[in-house]
Design a protein around this ligand. Sequence first.
Ligand SMILES: [Mg+2]
Length: 151
Amino acid sequence: MTKLPIDILLVDDEKDFVEMLALRLQEEGHHVRTAFSGQEALQALADESENTDVVVLDIKMPGMDGIETLQAIQNKYPIIEVILLTGHGTIDTAVQGLKSGAFDYLLKPADFPELIAKLEAARKRKYEQEERIRLAEAKAIERRSGGLFMD
Ligand SMILES: [Mg+2]
């Protein structure tokens, strides 16, 4: 099995939960950043010196909630995968999030092996999408230069 580190952004208004989860993920070798609100998450993503593969996003947060944050992430960073964190009270919202393009969801309290499996799957999908984009870009360049040489 591959053990490539995943670049993760954890977003939840419950600070203790975020910090505990960040520690556990770091112990597994992953690169973790944290944010405690939707606004902070967008600020973290705007930092161009950092890569993000997957955002783990709490649905229920004061201010900008998870669904609003999901939409903002998808508008600005469509390549980044999002896993929603939901409580029993927000499972309907999780369904809405999945319909609007979240990769998956997890019920809180998050089961750690399940979270790791979903993070791996989300990262894999992002890598495959990036690879398709690279190939399409290479093809586009080939076409353009091919056209030049034919003239
Ligand atoms: Mg919350």
